[in-house]
Design a protein around this ligand. Structure first.
Ligand code: ADP
Ligand code: MG
Ligand code: MG
Length: 211
């Protein structure tokens, strides 16, 4: 079954909830290798989206919701993550286009567009210890699942599993991008906060798709 506007709105609500639930954890991770604001920034952004969901026009599409998230995150999150996530959701919205329902292949294309947007904006490569280390395994898993004919919910489940593993795998890495790179070798031994928030958001998408 394809994912529609009900799923998109549910994803945003679940995203706001999961980010609020993990706010302190994200702050703690960012305090270890950054400036400690990632949980605060992301929570502010997603809380700002919630009231706007009520103003969505009748007939809105998943792409409209993704665009709403993008513009809100760009104007409220700040730091490195605001523009990066804003770009991710903006590119995802463009890939979704005006489609009313998204199948597994569409979801894989949307995730690819989001990841490519983050890369073109932040210039991080795999292994630089950023959110890309969650996104790229997620995109690869989503592509493989879609190619195997898995449905949209299954594609998101595969992406979320891979993103979680990717976030855990950032722990031994030395950061080469963002604030954590200022620490050099001392950044090793800590999970990247943006990789962790990315995994949380993809899990929320999978949960909304399975609901
Ligand atoms: P800031 O570092 O400005 O305080 P945040 O704490 O909100 O911003 O976000 C930090 C996260 O942003 C990092 O954990 C990392 O995942 C991500 N990040 C930083 N720079 C880049 C980049 N160039 N490309 C991809 N992700 C990045
Ligand atoms: Mg920070
Ligand atoms: Mg900051």
């Amino acid at each position: 079954m394809g994912l529609d506007i009900t799923w998109a709105v549910d994803w945003v609500r679940r995203s706001a909830q999961v980010i609020a639930d993990h706010r302190v954890e994200l702050i703690t991770l960012d305090r270890e290798i950054g400036d400690g604001d990632h949980g605060e920034n992301m929570d502010r952004g997603f809380q700002a989206v919630l009231p706007k969901l009520d103003d969505l026009a009748a007939g809105s599409t998943p792409g409209d919701v993704l665009k709403l998230v993008a513009t809100t995150l760009i104007s409220t999150v700040g730091g490195a993550a605001g523009p990066l996530y804003g770009t991710a959701y903006l590119k995802a919205a463009a890939a979704a286009g005006g489609a009313v329902s998204l199948d597994g292949t569409a979801i894989a294309a949307i995730l690819t567009a989001a990841r490519d947007g983050v890369v073109s904006r932040g210039k991080a490569e795999s292994g630089d210890k950023t959110m890309i280390d969650a996104w790229t395994p997620a995109v690869d898993a989503a592509d493989a699942a879609a190619a195997a004919g898995v449905d949209a919910a299954g594609v998101f489940a595969a992406a979320a599993d891979a993103a979680e593993a990717g976030a855990v795998a950032t722990e031994p890495l030395v950061a080469r991008k963002g604030r954590a790179s200022y620490l050099g070798e001392r950044s090793a031994g800590h999970r990247d906060p943006g990789a962790e928030s990315s995994a949380l958001l993809l899990r929320a998408a999978a949960d909304a798709a399975a609901a």
